[in-house]
Design a protein. Sequence first.
Length: 131
Amino acid sequence: MPNLDVWAPRVLSILRIIAALLFMQHGLMKLFDFPGPQEGAPDPLPMLLVVGAWIEVVGGALIALGLFTRLAAFVCSGEMAVAYFMFHGAQGFWPALNGGELAIMFCFVFLYLVFAGPGPWSLDAIVRKKR
Protein backbone atom coordinates (compact mmCIF):
# COMPACT_ATOMS: atom_id res chain seq x y z
CA MET A 1 0.00 0.00 0.00
CA PRO A 2 1.40 3.44 -0.87
CA ASN A 3 2.34 5.88 1.88
CA LEU A 4 -0.61 8.27 1.98
CA ASP A 5 0.98 10.40 4.73
CA VAL A 6 2.91 12.26 2.03
CA TRP A 7 -0.39 13.60 0.68
CA ALA A 8 -1.91 14.60 4.04
CA PRO A 9 -0.77 18.26 3.97
CA ARG A 10 -2.08 18.76 0.42
CA VAL A 11 -5.40 17.09 1.22
CA LEU A 12 -5.66 19.36 4.27
CA SER A 13 -5.38 22.35 1.90
CA ILE A 14 -8.06 20.87 -0.38
CA LEU A 15 -10.38 20.26 2.59
CA ARG A 16 -9.84 23.86 3.72
CA ILE A 17 -10.60 25.32 0.29
CA ILE A 18 -13.70 23.23 -0.43
CA ALA A 19 -15.21 23.69 3.06
CA ALA A 20 -14.60 27.45 2.90
CA LEU A 21 -16.17 27.83 -0.55
CA LEU A 22 -19.26 25.88 0.56
CA PHE A 23 -19.44 28.02 3.70
CA MET A 24 -19.15 31.26 1.71
CA GLN A 25 -22.05 30.17 -0.47
CA HIS A 26 -24.41 30.32 2.52
CA GLY A 27 -23.47 33.91 3.28
CA LEU A 28 -23.76 34.91 -0.38
CA MET A 29 -27.22 33.35 -0.53
CA LYS A 30 -28.36 35.29 2.53
CA LEU A 31 -26.91 38.64 1.43
CA PHE A 32 -27.18 38.60 -2.37
CA ASP A 33 -29.46 35.67 -3.27
CA PHE A 34 -26.47 34.19 -5.11
CA PRO A 35 -26.51 31.55 -6.52
CA GLY A 36 -30.10 31.63 -5.24
CA PRO A 37 -31.97 32.72 -2.13
CA GLN A 38 -31.24 30.98 1.17
CA GLU A 39 -34.17 28.67 1.86
CA GLY A 40 -36.00 29.65 5.02
CA ALA A 41 -34.16 32.97 5.48
CA PRO A 42 -36.50 35.80 6.47
CA ASP A 43 -36.74 38.91 4.33
CA PRO A 44 -35.46 41.34 5.48
CA LEU A 45 -32.72 39.58 7.41
CA PRO A 46 -32.51 40.35 11.12
CA MET A 47 -29.22 41.99 12.15
CA LEU A 48 -27.95 38.77 13.75
CA LEU A 49 -28.29 36.95 10.41
CA VAL A 50 -26.68 39.85 8.52
CA VAL A 51 -23.66 39.67 10.84
CA GLY A 52 -23.56 35.88 10.46
CA ALA A 53 -23.77 36.16 6.66
CA TRP A 54 -20.83 38.58 6.57
CA ILE A 55 -18.82 36.23 8.80
CA GLU A 56 -19.61 33.45 6.31
CA VAL A 57 -18.55 35.52 3.29
CA VAL A 58 -15.44 37.21 4.70
CA GLY A 59 -14.37 34.32 6.93
CA GLY A 60 -14.99 31.84 4.14
CA ALA A 61 -12.92 33.91 1.71
CA LEU A 62 -10.03 34.20 4.17
CA ILE A 63 -10.11 30.47 4.89
CA ALA A 64 -10.32 29.60 1.17
CA LEU A 65 -7.27 31.78 0.47
CA GLY A 66 -5.50 30.44 3.53
CA LEU A 67 -4.98 33.94 4.94
CA PHE A 68 -5.24 34.43 8.72
CA THR A 69 -6.60 30.90 8.60
CA ARG A 70 -6.49 30.00 12.28
CA LEU A 71 -8.19 33.21 13.41
CA ALA A 72 -10.82 33.12 10.64
CA ALA A 73 -11.51 29.43 11.30
CA PHE A 74 -11.91 30.14 15.03
CA VAL A 75 -14.48 32.87 14.37
CA CYS A 76 -16.36 30.75 11.80
CA SER A 77 -16.37 27.72 14.10
CA GLY A 78 -17.84 29.87 16.86
CA GLU A 79 -20.47 31.28 14.52
CA MET A 80 -21.57 27.76 13.62
CA ALA A 81 -21.74 26.73 17.29
CA VAL A 82 -23.96 29.75 17.98
CA ALA A 83 -26.07 28.99 14.90
CA TYR A 84 -26.57 25.41 16.01
CA PHE A 85 -27.60 26.18 19.57
CA MET A 86 -29.73 29.24 18.75
CA PHE A 87 -31.54 27.96 15.67
CA HIS A 88 -31.17 24.20 15.24
CA GLY A 89 -30.86 22.87 18.77
CA ALA A 90 -34.03 24.71 19.74
CA GLN A 91 -35.89 22.54 17.20
CA GLY A 92 -35.04 19.28 19.00
CA PHE A 93 -32.13 17.13 20.17
CA TRP A 94 -31.26 15.11 17.05
CA PRO A 95 -29.25 17.02 14.40
CA ALA A 96 -30.67 14.87 11.61
CA LEU A 97 -34.14 16.03 12.62
CA ASN A 98 -33.42 19.66 13.50
CA GLY A 99 -31.46 20.44 10.32
CA GLY A 100 -28.24 21.13 12.20
CA GLU A 101 -25.89 18.55 10.67
CA LEU A 102 -24.19 21.07 8.39
CA ALA A 103 -23.71 23.60 11.20
CA ILE A 104 -22.06 20.92 13.33
CA MET A 105 -19.88 19.75 10.45
CA PHE A 106 -18.70 23.29 9.61
CA CYS A 107 -18.10 23.96 13.31
CA PHE A 108 -15.79 20.99 13.72
CA VAL A 109 -14.02 21.26 10.35
CA PHE A 110 -13.17 24.87 11.17
CA LEU A 111 -12.18 23.94 14.73
CA TYR A 112 -9.84 21.34 13.23
CA LEU A 113 -8.30 24.04 11.00
CA VAL A 114 -7.63 26.19 14.07
CA PHE A 115 -5.29 23.46 15.28
CA ALA A 116 -4.06 21.95 12.00
CA GLY A 117 -3.44 25.23 10.19
CA PRO A 118 -4.06 25.93 6.51
CA GLY A 119 -1.77 23.38 4.87
CA PRO A 120 0.92 24.13 2.31
CA TRP A 121 -1.32 25.60 -0.41
CA SER A 122 -2.16 28.85 1.37
CA LEU A 123 -1.20 32.50 1.57
CA ASP A 124 -0.25 31.90 5.21
CA ALA A 125 2.38 29.38 4.03
CA ILE A 126 3.74 31.88 1.48
CA VAL A 127 4.00 34.62 4.13
CA ARG A 128 5.74 32.20 6.53
CA LYS A 129 8.35 31.31 3.87
CA LYS A 130 9.20 34.99 3.30
CA ARG A 131 10.13 35.51 6.96
